[in-house]
Design a protein around this ligand. Structure first.
Ligand code: ADP
Ligand code: ZN
Ligand code: ZN
Length: 703
C-alpha cells in the first residue's frame, strides 16, 4: 500500500470492455486540482490522465493504489468548462469519460515526456508585437450590418441564413473582432467542415487579425496538421496566447479558457459528425458549450440543416414560443450580384446515353470562347462505377464487400471505394473469357476524357484550346495537389473544372459563370430520408460558385447559369432550386418529416453490430432488444427490428443495425443509459462473446 497521503480520481483511457470504471484512484504526495494533466501507471504502461472532479473512487478489495508517476509541469489545469464539456459528451454519446477526455487532447500530449512538453512550452515565443493596424476597411452591407448588430445585442444562438456570396464570412470576421475587443483574454473558435477545402478562409482571418493581435494569435486545429503543429496550436489556445482557433470538428474540444464566441460555418455539413469513437456532432456540442461557457454561438449556412432551420422558426400565433435560435437572414449577394439562373435539361428529351446534353455542351463551349470558366459537378470519382461482361453478365464485384469495384482507367485498376481492394483491370471476363467487357455508367475520369474530346474544336479568345482540370479524391491524393489545382482555377489557368462535391464547397471562385450538375438523380430515390436535403444543399452550394464577382459579371455582360441534367425536372428539389428557394424546400421537407415522425420531430439512435455473418450480428441485436424489454425506460422509446446496413458487407464484415426512436430526447437518453450495461452483458454471453463489435450512434446522420 502506498503511503502517499492524497487519493485523486484520474480519467484515463481504459479499454471500454476492461470493466474498469470511468475514473481510477491514484495516490499523490500533494493534493492536485481537477484538470491537472498527469502521467499514471495503467497495467504495464504509463499513460496520460486528467485529474477529475469529486472524490476518488474507493479501491476494490485487494487492489493496490499506485502512485501518480508525474505531473505535466507548467500546464495550467484544464478548466471546469472543459471538463463539463467532456463529461457531457461522454454521457450524451454513451462513451466512457476517459475515452472522450483523452481523445480530446492532442496526441503528442500522450506520447511526449514531461520534459519534452516543458521544452515545447518554453520554445513558444511571446507573441510578436502587433504591427500597425491594417484592418480592412470593408463597409458592411445593410443586411450584414443588421446581422452584426443583432449578434452583438442578443444572446443567441444565431442561425445566420445567408445566400452564397452574401458575405457571411465578413460577418464572422466582424463579430470575432468585437468579441476579442471585449476583453484582453477573450478568445473565439471558428469551425469549418474541411479546412483544406477552404485555405482562403485561414488567409482571410490571418490577414485581418495578425496585424492587430500578432501572427501567433490565429492558430489552426485540424487533422491535416502534423502532431507537433497540433500540439503547438493546442498549447497556444490553452495558455490564452492564441485568440482565434480555426478548426474542424475536433476543435470543439480545444481548451479555450477565454472563449466568447463560437462560429460554425456551413453548419449543415455532415462532416461535423464524428464517425468513430464517440460519434459526436461538433455543431451540437458547440451549442452546448456556448451555453455552458457563456459564449455566443453563430451557425451559418445558405442551406441550413432542417434541424437548425426548425429550431430557428419564428414565433407565430399558433406557436408563440417559436424556436430556440434567432434566425438572421441575408438574402442578397454582395455588390448586387445575382444568383445564377437555373436551367433544367430534361434528359428524357435528349439523345440516349449523352453525357452532356447538346444544349449544355453548347453553353459550355460559348463560355470557353468568351474566356469564362465553367464548373461541372459529378459526384462520383473514377471512370465508371462498374465493369460488365455483355456475354455472361459478370460484374466487377468486390470480393470483400457488397459493392462493385470501380473502374479507374488512368491507372487501369479496379478499386473498391469501401475497403480499398485494388486489382489490375482484366483483359478478358474472369468468368467466361469474353473480351466484350465494358464500363457501365460514368465517373469524373470519364467526364474529363469526354469533355476533352467534345471541346477539342472550341477555342479560347486567344485561339488556344480549352484547359480542363479534374478535382476529386484521386486527383488530390498528393500533398499540396488540391491547393495547386485550386490556385490554377483562381489564376484563370483553367477553363472547365470537373469534379466531385469537393469543388462545390465554399470556394470563392471569381470567374466561374456556369455551373452544371450532370447526374444528380441518384440521390432522389435513396432510402436515406436525408438524401434530398443533402442533394439540395450540394446543388445550392454548387450554384453559389457561379457569378460571385458582380463587377466581373457586369463587365462580361452575360448572366451566370446553373444547369441541371435530370430525368425528373419537376421534382420538388429542382423546383425549389430553380427559385433559389431554400425556405420552400425546407417547408416541404419538414412537412414530410412531421408526417412520418422523423427528425427534427423525433430523436434517433442506432445500435450497430459487426460480425462474420448477418445471423450473428442480428442475433446479438435481437438478444439486446429482448434484454431491453425489461427496462421501464423503454416506455417512451420505439425499438425497431435489426436490419442489414445498405452496404451490408465491407471488408468481409457483415453489418447490421437497429434503430431507436423517441419523441423526447431525454427519454431516449434515459433509455440508452439504462440499456448500455445490458448491451455489455449481452455481448459477454457465450453466444456472442468474441464474435461481435457493437457501437451506439446517437443522432445518427445516415440511417
Ligand atoms: P459567403 O461566406 O456568404 O459566401 P463571403 O463572405 O465569402 O460570402 O463574401 C463574398 C465576397 O464578397 C468575398 O469576396 C468578400 O470579400 C466580399 N465581401 C463581403 N462583404 C463585403 C462588403 N461589405 N463589401 C465588399 N465586399 C464584401
Ligand atoms: Zn463473361
Ligand atoms: Zn471492398
Amino acid at each position: 500500500m502506498s503511503d502517499l497521503p492524497h487519493l485523486v480520481p484520474v480519467a484515463v483511457h481504459a479499454p471500454v470492455h476492461s470493466g474498469l470504471g470511468d475514473l481510477l484512484s491514484y495516490a499523490s504526495a500533494a493534493p492536485l486540482p481537477p484538470g491537472t494533466l498527469v502521467r499514471v501507471p495503467l497495467g504495464a504502461r504509463e499513460v496520460l490522465g486528467v485529474v477529475w472532479d469529486g472524490a476518488a473512487p474507493p479501491p476494490a478489495a485487494g487492489v493496490e493504489i499506485r502512485p501518480i508517476a508525474g505531473v505535466l509541469e507548467g500546464l495550467a489545469p484544464l478548466d471546469a468548462h472543459w471538463r463539463r464539456l467532456v463529461a457531457f459528451t461522454a454521457r450524451y454519446y454513451q462513451r466512457s469519460l476517459g475515452e472522450v477526455a483523452l481523445a480530446a487532447l492532442p496526441p503528442q500530449l500522450r506520447t511526449l515526456s514531461t520534459e519534452q512538453i516543458a521544452r515545447r512550452l518554453r520554445r513558444s515565443t511571446p507573441a510578436p508585437e502587433a504591427s500597425a493596424e491594417t484592418i480592412e476597411n470593408v463597409v458592411l452591407s445593410a443586411e450584414q450590418e443588421s446581422a452584426r448588430a443583432q449578434i452583438v445585442s442578443e444572446p443567441g444562438p444565431f442561425l445566420l441564413f445567408g445566400s452564397t456570396g452574401s458575405g457571411k464570412t465578413e460577418v464572422y470576421l466582424r463579430c470575432v473582432q468585437e468579441a476579442l475587443a471585449a476583453a484582453p483574454d477573450a478568445q473565439a473558435l471558428v469551425m469549418v467542415p474541411e479546412i483544406n477545402l477552404t485555405p482562403q478562409l485561414e488567409e482571410r482571418f490571418r490577414a485581418r487579425f495578425a496585424p492587430r493581435f500578432g501572427a501567433a494569435a490565429v492558430v489552426a486545429l485540424h487533422s491535416g496538421m502534423t502532431h507537433a503543429q497540433r500540439l503547438a496550436s493546442w498549447l497556444a489556445a490553452h495558455a490564452g496566447r492564441a485568440r482565434i482557433v480555426l478548426g474542424t470538428r475536433m476543435a470543439v474540444f480545444a481548451s479555450l479558457p477565454g472563449l466568447r464566441l463560437i462560429v460554425v460555418d456551413e453548419e449543415h455539413d455532415p462532416s461535423y459528425k464524428q464517425q468513430e469513437g464517440a460519434r459526436y456532432s461538433a455543431r451540437d456540442l458547440a451549442l452546448w458549450r456556448g451555453r455552458a461557457q457563456g459564449a455566443k454561438v453563430i451557425l451559418g449556412s445558405a442551406t441550413p440543416s432542417l434541424e437548425s432551420w426548425h429550431a430557428s422558426r419564428p414565433a407565430t400565433p399558433e406557436d408563440p414560443a417559436g424556436g430556440r435560435y434567432l434566425r438572421l437572414h441575408m438574402p442578397s449577394r454582395i455588390g448586387a450580384g445575382a444568383l445564377p439562373r437555373v436551367r433544367r435539361v430534361d434528359m428524357n428529351q435528349q439523345p440516349r446515353r449523352s453525357v452532356l446534353s447538346p444544349p449544355l455542351l453548347a453553353a459550355i463551349a460559348e463560355r470557353v470562347a468568351r474566356g469564362e470558366q465553367s464548373m461541372i459537378l459529378l459526384n462520383r470519382r473514377g471512370y465508371a462505377p462498374v465493369l460488365h461482361c455483355a456475354d455472361c453478365d459478370w460484374k466487377s464485384d468486390c470480393p470483400h464487400c457488397s459493392a462493385h469495384q470501380v473502374f479507374h482507367k488512368l491507372d487501369r485498376t479496379l478499386r473498391c471505394h469501401h475497403c480499398g481492394t485494388t486489382q489490375r483491370v482484366p483483359r478478358a471476363c474472369p468468368a467466361c473469357g469474353s473480351l466484350d467487357i465494358v464500363p457501365i455508367g460514368r465517373g469524373t475520369e470519364q467526364l474529363e476524357e469526354q469533355l476533352a474530346e467534345l471541346l477539342a474544336p472550341v477555342l479560347r479568345p486567344d485561339g488556344t484550346p480549352a484547359r480542363i482540370v479534374r478535382i476529386d479524391a484521386d486527383s488530390t491524393r498528393a500533398k499540396g495537389a488540391l491547393q495547386s489545382q485550386l490556385a490554377q482555377v483562381h489564376a484563370g489557368e483553367v477553363d472547365v473544372l470537373v469534379g466531385t462535391q469537393m469543388i462545390a464547397k465554399g470556394h470563392d471562385f471569381r470567374r466561374i459563370t456556369l455551373v452544371a450538375a450532370v447526374q444528380p438523380d441518384g440521390a432522389l430515390f435513396s432510402s436515406d430520408f436525408r438524401a434530398p436535403e443533402r442533394l439540395f444543399a450540394l446543388l445550392m452550394q454548387a450554384a453559389g460558385r457561379a457569378g460571385r464577382d458582380a463587377a466581373y459579371m457586369a463587365a462580361q455582360g452575360t448572366p451566370c447559369e446553373m444547369w441541371v441534367q435530370t430525368s425528373h425536372p419537376r421534382h420538388p428539389v429542382f423546383e425549389a432550386l430553380k427559385r433559389h428557394d431554400y425556405p420552400a424546400f425546407a417547408a416541404q421537407q419538414l412537412q414530410e418529416r412531421a408526417a412520418a415522425g422523423l427528425p427534427p420531430f423525433s430523436f434517433q439512435a442506432l445500435v450497430r453490430a459487426d460480425a462474420r455473418t448477418q445471423d450473428v450480428a442480428q442475433g446479438f441485436l435481437r438478444a439486446a432488444s429482448e434484454a431491453a424489454q425489461a427496462l421501464p425506460e423503454l416506455a417512451q422509446v420505439t425499438l425497431y427490428p435489426p436490419v442489414p446496413l445498405a452496404i451490408q458487407r465491407v471488408a468481409n464484415v457483415e453489418r447490421a443495425q437497429m434503430l431507436l426512436e423517441s419523441q423526447h430526447r431525454t427519454a431516449l437518453q434515459r433509455f440508452l443509459a439504462a440499456w448500455q450495461p445490458l448491451l455489455h452483458a449481452t455481448r459477454a454471453e457465450p453466444a456472442h462473446k468474441g464474435l461481435i463489435r457493437w457501437l451506439i450512434d446517437v443522432d445518427p446522420l445516415a440511417i
